[in-house]
Every structure is written in C-alpha cells, then in structure tokens.
Ligand binder design. Sequence first.
Ligand SMILES: *Cc1c(COP(=O)(O)O)cnc(C)c1O
Length: 196
Amino acid sequence: VAMVAARHRARANRPSGALTAYASTQAHSSILKAAIVSGVGRENVRLVPVDQNLAMRPQNLAQLMDADAAAGAQPFFVCATVGTTSTGAVDPLEPIGAICAQRGVWMHVDAAYAGAALVCPEFRDLAAGVERADSFNFNPHKWLLTNFDCSAMWVRERRALIDALSITPEYLRNAASESGAVDYRDWQIPLGRRFR
Ligand SMILES: *Cc1c(COP(=O)(O)O)cnc(C)c1O
C-alpha cells in the first residue's frame, strides 16, 4: 500500500511518464510484487548496486533516478532496507532521504526483517535518517514473537494512503466514518478482512 500511496501522490503532481521505483539488489521480493500488483510493472523497478557491505550506493541511486527522469520517466518511490532478509544489509537512510527529498520522491523504509532490533537503544544508529521516511514498516511477528501476521506500518501522511484507496459506495457509507473517524478499510486492500 506504500507504493500505491506514492503512486497516487506522484500522479496528482504529474499525470504522465512511466513511474519508476528503486530498491537495492538486496531488497525483498515484496517490492517487485508490489510493482506487479500496483500496475507499475516489474520492468519499472530499478535495482540499485550495493557497496562491499551490501548496502545501497546512494550516488548510484541518484544517477539512476536522474537518468530515468531525463528519459521522460517519473521516479516516484524508493525503498531503503534496514536489514535485508538474505544478507542483513542496512541501506544508508540519511543520504537516501536527502536524494528523495530533493526530487519529491516517496521514501519507504523496509525494516520488516530487522526493525525489531531498533527496540534496543544500542541499535538505533542503524536507522539514522529515518526521520525523512514517508512510510516505515517492521514485522513484530519475526523477532518479537508476536502472532503471525503482525506487520506494523507507519505512514507520515495518512491522507496519501486514504486518498489512494478510498472508494465509498452507498452501502459502505456511515455517519461514523463521515465524521472523520479512522476507517481502516481505506488503509488496506481487502474490505471484508480484518485490518492488517
Ligand atoms: C519478511 C519481509 C518482508 C515481507 O513482509 P510481509 O509483512 O510478509 O509482507 C518484506 N521485507 C523484508 C525485508 C522482509 O524480511
């Protein structure tokens, strides 16, 4: 849903040009899947080269984004990973965040695998720069021994998510939702399933 919200925001600003997304070569398969499901297309996901620690190289990210933009595409989404699943690599959030901010691109931080470590003050440095994120996800069900499928996502501006996913036919209208109460059906893809 982070990618869908980012797409909605990008399209509101500029309605044409292929949308392009970025993640490191070590990123999780869910980024490609999101691109497939959202219609962005896996061919529009760029896998950014990594350094000797298997972390994304920010200068390569900027080059790829600028080359795509120069070719008429619209870079709209960057996934930085804090703890890749296969290699435990941590992308440098500070420079990645600056690159995204300069270009008005959504920054998602995927800490699904290792984000639980941020509970410990001694590991918080790993997420330096996370303040710039538009969305952040971690999975308590992995290291915090909570029930499957506890995947916690934070989003900076819930409006982006809600505007991207709200469709309100007559049979779903109700006074409580219209009074501004949080209605989680607009935060996720399913309707007749519990919020997740
Ligand atoms: C497990 C994992 C995911 C997938 O998380 P879901 O909540 O199952 O969608 C995504 N990214 C990383 C890095 C993971 O380890």
